[in-house]
Ligand binder design. Structure first.
Ligand code: BT5
Length: 279
């Protein structure tokens, strides 16, 4: 098993200030989540480290945070751009009482919480692009990557990974994301406190996760639906084995995306990429 040692590799310069976990904890009321923090200057991926901890029995509510990631991950092997000290990269270990087929509801739940937290700090109401992108002004500001381990009956743990662009300037963004990405500081015209944002995010995640666990996803679906940005749009849905074109209708109570097809039928989508296409 690989050692669970932090990899300290980036120097603190006068322009950078490490995140103060003490400050985050001080302002936090007791929570279901955020029971323990593991903080690193640098990790390959907080999700990777979170999985190693979860496999070793780390309890629900543990949060792994890195100032930068050398191999930040998106879905389907994609890369998450993770420069030091400006953004938030974290993974929360969850042990939900969900059947394995329902694990994607964690992604949707986190998207609602994340959009709520971002709205508190920015001038624009964020929207959600199914299932895991948070957009503000049509550009991506945050992403969610959930990785679950299940046995045949239940989910053993979920590593909920969240990346949010907080004080990421346009000039600092690599060309491959500059046109399509944004950050809270770009939108608000000033830097935001990373500690205050993390506190708010933990608060919103805690609240939404408690709703999911106590009342089920149906109680959160309307909140997700309000922020859904592709409703009524013609979309192409790319799944692992095929692609379909139809019109995005919204979520059902289970969290599946409903697509209206040209032949009048409807299709439920549980996993895939949704891309708007020309009318
Ligand atoms: C996601 O994937 O949006 C999930 C991102 C999750 C990142 C967090 S950070 C903490 C935790 N640890 C990890 O290793 N990961 C999680 P996806 O939908 O596949 O989107 C990936 C795409 O978003 C890339 O192909 C780029 O086009 C774009 N992208 C990459 N970095 C970005 C950034 N910082 N801001 C905006 N867009 C970005």
């Amino acid at each position: 098993m690989p050692p669970l040692e932090p990899n300290y590799c980036c120097a603190v310069t006068p322009e950078t200030r490490p995140l103060s976990i003490r400050e985050v904890e001080d302002g936090l009321a007791p929570k279901l989540l955020a029971t323990r923090f593991h903080y690193f200057e640098s990790l390959d991926s907080t999700n990777h480290y979170g999985r190693l901890l979860a496999e070793r029995g780390e309890p629900q509510g543990t949060i792994v945070i890195a100032e930068m990631q050398t191999l930040g991950r998106g879905r389907l092997g994609r890369h998450w751009v993770s420069p030091p000290y400006v953004n938030l990269y974290c993974s929360v270990i969850l042990r939900p009482t969900l059947a394995p087929a329902d694990a994607p509801r964690i992604t949707l739940t986190a998207a609602v919480a994340l959009a709520d937290a971002i709205e508190r700090f920015g001038p624009i109401a964020p929207t959600i692009k199914w299932p895991n992108d948070i957009l503000a002004g049509g550009k991506k500001i945050a992403g969610v990557l959930t990785e679950a381990a299940s046995n045949s009956q239940r989910v053993e743990f979920v590593v909920l990974g969240i990346g949010v662009n907080l004080n990421f300037s346009l000039e600092a963004m690599p060309p491959e994301i500059r046109e399509r990405a944004t950050s809270l500081s770009i939108l608000a015209g000033r830097n935001v406190s990373r500690e205050a944002f993390l506190q708010r995010l933990i608060h919103d995640l805690d609240r939404c996760y408690a709703i999911l666990e106590e009342r089920g996803f149906a109680a959160l679906a309307p909140r997700w639906d309000e922020r859904f940005d592709l409703r009524g749009r013609r979309v192409r849905v790319e799944m692992t084995d095929r692609a379909i074109i139809g019109r995005a209708v919204g979520l059902d109570a289970d969290g599946a995306l409903i697509i209206a097809l040209a032949d009048g039928g409807r299709q439920r989508i549980v996993a895939g990429d949704v891309i708007p296409v020309e009318e």
